[in-house]
Design a protein around this ligand. Structure first.
Ligand SMILES: *[C@@H]1O[C@H](CO)[C@@H](O)[C@H](O)[C@H]1NC(C)=O
Length: 278
């Protein structure tokens, strides 16, 4: 079942762990027909109605990667809907997770992009952003770079968040547990839009989100080990250059609407160690 194409080039190993076909790279996990891979596997759609949402996951498990997916979110009145797109390991108590969650809104009001990082089962690291475009009009690329030094979230190539490996400061970092890619579209109108004040208008159902152009340069994890024979791939060493640092500051200054590292109510005893290191 696992589909991976390993292309070894002289002196460098590129691991291209995506076939570009949703049928091969993903499996629909729930939704009783509401998740669809129409035509030739180039597109995947999730839908949500009053009875159920839907979801899918990657067939492969990955341990490090540079993973891109294009998403087009529920248009119009999407209040109460949540499109979650994330990587997660299996063992719940000690799980690692890298999250994008898109919180819908009334027509014309902005989506919130909610992000989080769990390490060894510990989360509470939310950062939220508005986007600088309407994410329902077109497809946009949402990326995770996950290597041994850091996790970088990007939107259309612009980094929005970085979580560095600070094991030396006692902060756990995801590097031992393989993760799958998951996505789901579900209803969360008890909290998602304006903190739960705006309810889902079911007369607008079904709500639909679409996915295309999945691309992963990643290490596929199997029982016999990792598909990455060496750490020579450039993404394995990639970090933010000065341009990237400037972009992330631009996003955080202009579009960040919540940062756990400044939320004194949630951390009366002081902020976690990663907050004090830029
Ligand atoms: C929805 O729109 C309101 C009003 O502009 C805004 O306060 C809120 O952050 C937006 N997003 C969500 C998900 O509630």
């Amino acid at each position: 079942m696992a589909s991976k194409i390993l292309i070894g080039l002289l002196f460098t190993t590129f691991v291209i762990a995506a076939s570009g076909n949703f049928n091969q790279d993903f499996e629909i996990t729930w939704g009783d027909g509401r998740a669809k891979i129409p035509n030739d596997g180039q597109l995947l759609t999730l839908s949500l109605d009053k009875a159920s949402g839907s979801g899918f996951r990657s067939r492969n498990e990955y341990l490090f990667g540079k993973i891109d997916m294009q998403l087009k979110l529920v248009p119009g009145n999407s209040a109460g809907t949540v499109t979650a797109y994330y990587l997660s390991s299996a063992d719940w108590d000690t799980h690692d997770e890298i999250d994008f969650e898109f919180l819908g809104n009334l027509s014309g009001d902005p989506y919130i992009l909610h992000t989080n990082v769990f390490t060894q089962g510990k989360g509470n690291r939310e950062q939220q952003f508005y986007l600088w475009f309407d994410p329902t009009k077109d497809f946009h690329t949402y990326s995770v770079l996950w290597n041994p030094q850091s996790i970088i979230f990007s939107v259309d190539g612009t980094p929005i968040r970085q979580f560095n490996n600070l094991e030396s400061k006692g902060v756990a970092f995801p590097k031992k547990q393989a993760m799958r890619i998951f996505s789901s579209l579900w209803n969360a109108d008890d909290w998602a839009t304006r903190g739960g004040l705006v309810k889902t208008d079911w007369s607008q159902a079904p709500f639909t989100a679409s996915y295309k152009s999945f691309n992963a340069q990643a290490c596929v994890w199997t029982s016999s080990g990792s598909s990455c024979s060496s750490n020579q791939d450039s993404w394995m060493k990639e970090s933010l250059d000065s341009t990237g640092q400037a972009r992330i500051q631009w996003v955080q200054k202009n579009y960040m609407i919540y940062n756990y590292c400044t939320d004194t109510k949630s951390f009366p005893q002081g902020f976690p160690p990663e907050c004090s290191i830029a």
